[in-house]
Design a protein. Structure first.
Length: 132
């Protein structure tokens, strides 16, 4: 149960995602995706021609993402088990989602360099900082 649940604020990832200019066919990296709350919404927006890379360091979280994608019939989600290295090509990502995980990252310098490396020159990083 997250903070929003405990204080009665409904969690609506679609509202956050709608603030971003996501287009069909884009490549998105959901860094620290957890169980895929944003991943699933974004995968629907980029469509079959797009790709969503869901990265997390927790294998059980990624298993949940895969189960949810299967249930939704989404085949454009690729999971990455890692705590920083994406393994993606240089300048291959249109948008990076970094929601609520920055405080959890041990080597912030490495991760931010890695995100910069994979982000296209015209791409952008969307971030949210969640207080505990």
């Amino acid at each position: 149960m997250g903070l929003r649940d405990r204080i009665g604020i409904p969690f609506k990832p679609e509202e956050e995602i709608n603030k971003i200019d996501i287009k069909q066919g884009q490549a998105i990296l959901d860094f620290g995706c957890g169980i895929g709350s944003y991943t699933i919404s974004v995968a629907k927006l980029v469509g079959e021609q797009g790709k969503v890379y869901a990265l997390d360091k927790q294998p059980l979280a990624l298993k949940k993402v895969e189960e949810r994608a299967e249930k939704e019939g989404l085949h454009n989600i690729h999971t990455i088990l890692s705590d920083g290295n994406t393994g993606l090509p240089d300048e291959s990502i249109d948008i990076i989602l970094l929601y609520g995980v920055l405080p959890e990252i041990e080597d912030k310098d490495f991760v931010l360099r890695e995100l910069h490396r994979v982000l296209k020159p015209s791409g952008y990083l969307s971030t949210r900082y969640c207080f505990r």
